[in-house]
Every structure is written in structure tokens, then in C-alpha cells.
Design a protein around this ligand. Structure first.
Ligand code: CU
Length: 122
């Protein structure tokens, strides 16, 4: 019985690894009361995601002394509030429906807000 269990595990393992969806990392930093893509110069940039893709936002707060976070409220996703130099990740399973969402920093939503566009995958 144990031998059967081991054999089926060996068969299933490579299958599980190969079918796991790739996750795309998108790094956002906060500085001077705005979001930027890492190395980007456009404040609060529009972020384009493919419908149905798996994304991990990595948020790093570069505003020392100011608390920021990242929330996509339409998808009920939100990081913790970060002190300066802290970072957090937000895992997103992008819906299959194209459309747009707003992302914000909750305490500074008037200044720190941008658009996420979900476009149909290829
Ligand atoms: Cu903020």
C-alpha cells in the first residue's frame, strides 16, 4: 500500500510543478507622496495587467517618516501600512474580465491613486 502511494507521488510531482502558473512581479515604490514603478519617473503610473494572470506587487516605502500602503479596493486587496524603508507584497489573481480598477494609498488617497487596466490576454 505504501509503495503505491510513493509511486503515485512521484508521478504527480512533475505535473504539479509544470502546471503551476508563473507569477509576474511588479515592484512599486512610494516616494514624495506618489507611487512609482521601480526606476520609473511617472507618478502614479497606469499599470496594465493581463486578464487572468497571476501578479505579485512588491511595495517598498521610500518616504521615511510617512506611512503608506497599497490597496486595490475594487478587488478587496490591501497591504499593511508600511513605515519608511519597509516593504510588503500583494498577491493578485487578476480577474478574467477586462476593465479598470483604481489603486490607492489609503491614508493619502487624494494624492496617491492610479489606474490598473486589465486587458484581454493574447
Ligand atoms: Cu500614502
Amino acid at each position: 500500500m505504501a509503495a503505491v502511494a510513493v509511486v503515485s507521488l512521484v508521478i504527480l510531482l512533475p505535473l504539479t510543478v509544470s502546471t503551476r502558473a508563473a507569477v509576474r512581479d511588479i515592484t512599486l515604490v512610494t516616494r514624495d507622496m506618489a507611487f512609482y514603478l521601480e526606476d520609473g519617473t511617472v507618478p502614479n503610473p497606469t499599470i496594465r495587467l493581463d486578464a487572468g494572470e497571476e501578479v505579485r506587487f512588491i511595495l517598498r516605502n521610500l518616504d521615511s517618516g510617512i506611512t503608506h500602503n497599497l490597496a486595490i479596493e475594487g478587488w478587496e486587496l490591501e497591504t499593511a501600512y508600511l513605515d519608511g524603508d519597509a516593504s510588503a507584497t500583494l498577491r493578485v489573481h487578476v480577474p478574467k474580465q477586462p476593465g479598470s480598477q483604481t489603486y490607492v494609498c489609503v491614508p493619502h488617497r487624494g494624492m496617491m491613486r492610479g489606474v490598473i487596466e486589465v486587458v484581454a490576454g493574447d
